[in-house]
Design a protein around this ligand. Structure first.
Ligand code: ATP
Length: 454
């Protein structure tokens, strides 16, 4: 109980910091919001961008065997019929007869073995019925059945239906993968836990095609690769968990699925699924479209449908994991002996929205300001910098601590040579986590920071 309380306190603080510092806002806030939809502010946008860029670098640019694509959100309805989404992409829903809440049947609390409404506590619930999570829409000016389509509930299907085109133009041999990052939409019955479960979100998905005999081994390979990725963005091994889905709970076509989970303040929850989906998707689309989606193996001169291993991650969930893992409060004592609580986001420098704050010691000294501005111009092409001249230097550091900025550069009187030539053209670099400071030559700054944030 105490743990649940501290988890919810921590979550409240995180949500409040996210709003106060411009990571995440409620969508359409001035109109009362829109349930399950969120807007990312300046810092949140940079955080997500760093995350997606690093995923793309690891999964596509640093590999010979993966290429990228960017599919449209709206697709021919037949895609969703063939993939099975139109008939089976559902969650079980119940209504509370007492307070009229709509609830997900598989997420209800139980009391004395009976399912209970988490809103009003009533046991008077309807029988579960299947609720399709896809948002339906109409393409063009007529709203009849022939115009129906859906907002995609996952990015993967575009990869399967473009498999043939990409195979031909990229001239890849098995095993090879196609990666994509993009928006997905699910009409979740109960969006909750901030950006963890929303109705509009982003996915980072790889479909890694292979020979049937290599599927199981590649499932293990991708699980390890993905764990390495999470460690490399700053999530500790202890906070990551692997849940092997029991065979009876896996999708009928899957020969193995792992969930990579993270210890969020509200409990251990899924970050990513790594699934061996066999040849199910390509087979379905080949059958439904009548177009060949097979692979010709030049060595054995045989045609077959490749199998696929799919690591499928959520951008928003990972962003929340990064913020949760980074959030810290510590009591610090200043030179005058005064104690205060310092809130700091200890992001891995690779993920930090702003890499470096640049501060002239005083804002009314032209030389200090000019030098600080020159440093901003020098660094700006390479990394995200933030110039701040207002307030005492200690306050400026604290503001950047809360934004998770790993380095602060201060231009002081030594920099402009007022205390002699020894320290001219050097600056103080302050480290966010240790609050330690060191002196660096301005001309070495870009390299110093560059090697620490890559
Ligand atoms: P859950 O069981 O939590 O609903 P899922 O198993 O249905 O998730 P997948 O279909 O495997 O999720 O989607 C892959 C990834 O997409 C998830 O691991 C998650 O990171 C992300 N994702 C799925 N649904 C949502 C959502 N509603 N909001 C935010 N991210 C989501």
């Amino acid at each position: 109980m105490a743990q649940a309380k501290s988890g919810s306190d921590r979550m409240e603080k995180i949500v409040s910091l996210c709003k106060r510092r411009g990571f995440v806002f409620q969508s359409s806030e001035i109109y009362g919001g829109l349930n399950g939809c969120w807007d990312y502010g300046p810092l949140g946008t940079e955080l997500k961008r760093n995350l997606k860029d690093f995923w793309w670098r690891r999964m596509v640019r640093e590999r010979d065997d993966v290429v990228g694509m960017d599919g449209s959100i709206l697709m021919n309805r037949q895609v969703w019929v063939a993939s099975g989404h139109e008939n089976t992409f559902t969650d079980p829903m119940v209504d509370c007869r007492n307070c009229k809440s709509r609830l997900r049947a598989d997420q209800l609390p139980e009391k004395n073995g009976r399912k209970q409404c988490p809103v009003c506590g009533s046991f008077d619930l309807t029988e579960p019925r299947a609720f399709n999570l896809m948002f339906k829409t109409y393409l063009g000016a007529t709203e009849d059945d022939s115009a129906i389509t859906y907002l995609r509930p996952e990015t993967a299907q575009a990869i399967f239906v473009q498999f043939r085109n990409i195979l031909e133009i990229s001239r890849k041999k098995l095993p090879f993968g196609i990666a994509q990052i993009g928006k997905a939409f699910r009409n979740e019955i109960n969006p909750r836990n901030f950006i963890f479960r929303s109705r509009e979100f982003e996915q980072m998905e790889l479909e890694y095609f292979c020979r049937p005999e290599n599927g199981l081994e590649l499932l293990e390979y991708w699980l390890q690769e993905r764990l390495r990725f999470y460690r490399d963005i700053g999530l500790s091994s202890e906070s990551l968990h692997v849940h092997k889905i029991p065979p009876e709970e896996c999708a009928h076509y899957s020969k193995g699925t792992y969930d990579i989970e993270f210890e969020f303040p509200f409990g251990i929850q899924e970050l990513e699924g790594v699934a061996y989906r066999t040849d199910y998707d390509l087979n379905q689309h080949q059958k439904a479209s009548g177009k060949p989606l097979d692979y010709f193996d030049e060595e054995s001169k045989q045609h077959f449908i490749p199998h696929v291993v799919e690591p499928s991650a959520g951008v928003d969930r990972t962003a929340l994991a990064l913020i949760s893992a980074a959030y810290d409060e510590e009591v610090v004592t200043d030179e005058k002996g005064k104690s205060e609580t310092r809130t700091v986001l200890r992001f891995h420098p690779r993920m930090a929205p702003i890499k470096c704050g640049v501060f002239p010691l005083l804002k009314n000294n032209e030389l200090l300001v000019r030098q600080a501005r020159e440093i901003v111009d020098q660094l700006r092409g390479e990394l995200m910098v933030f110039y701040d001249e207002t307030g005492a230097i200690g306050r400026r550091y604290r503001r950047q601590d809360e934004a998770g900025t790993p380095f602060g550069v201060t231009v002081d009187f030594d920099t402009i040579g007022e205390n002699g030539p020894a320290l001219r053209d050097t600056v103080t670099v302050r480290h966010r986590d240790s609050m330690e400071q060191e002196r660096i030559a301005i001309k070495e700054l870009a390299a110093f920071l560059g090697e620490r944030i890559r």
